[in-house]
Design a protein around this ligand. Structure first.
Ligand SMILES: [Zn+2]
Ligand SMILES: [Zn+2]
Ligand SMILES: [Zn+2]
Length: 165
């Protein structure tokens, strides 16, 4: 759906398409998880060793996102995406003094506070969403509401005349 993509950076969906921490790097050399994602190429992520080699050769001046593991789930640093994605209502976690946010739902239903989309438990009631994925679903629903309201307003508005006439 094009109208959704307009609100999001182009790399976001390709990033969320990855299952991080499920298998090692496809290079089959390094036995590492792939935790480096190029925001411009949007290809499959690289392991750290491949990234060190490729980043200079094939990704000159490209920006990479680094993935971190939180409770077996992939997360990104809040500071790395907050200029492009509105993450204010997503529950952050702290690892190594950095705030990170989960890409996909953490799971674990029951209890409060909870994510307004997947109902997974979150830590702080200030936040609405457990993860970036749930935030995107929330945005889409919000957008549907705004569009409906827009249609209604347009119908009601009376045509206005130019003041010069
Ligand atoms: Zn590798
Ligand atoms: Zn690249
Ligand atoms: Zn959620």
């Amino acid at each position: 759906m094009a109208r959704d993509n307009e609100l999001r950076p182009l790399w976001l969906e390709p990033l969320l398409d990855n299952n991080f921490y499920e298998h090692d790097c496809i290079c089959e050399v390094h036995n590492q998880y792939c935790t480096f994602f190029c925001k411009m190429c949007k290809n499959k992520p690289l392991c750290e060793s491949c990234w060190r080699v490729d980043a200079e050769a094939e990704h000159e001046l490209h920006q990479f996102l680094q993935i971190f593991k939180v409770s077996e789930k992939a997360s990104v640093r809040k500071a790395d995406i907050e200029s492009e994605v509105d993450v204010r209502k997503i529950q952050p976690y702290v690892i190594n003094n950095h705030k990170v946010i989960l890409l996909k739902p953490k799971g674990g239903n029951g209890g409060n506070p909870k994510c307004v989309i997947c109902e997974g438990k979150i830590k702080d009631e200030f936040y609405d969403y457990c993860s970036v994925s749930c935030k995107i679903i929330g945005d889409t629903r919000q957008l549907d509401k705004v569009e409906l309201a827009g249609k209604y307003n347009r119908r009601k508005r009376t045509p206005c005349r130019s003041p010069l006439l």
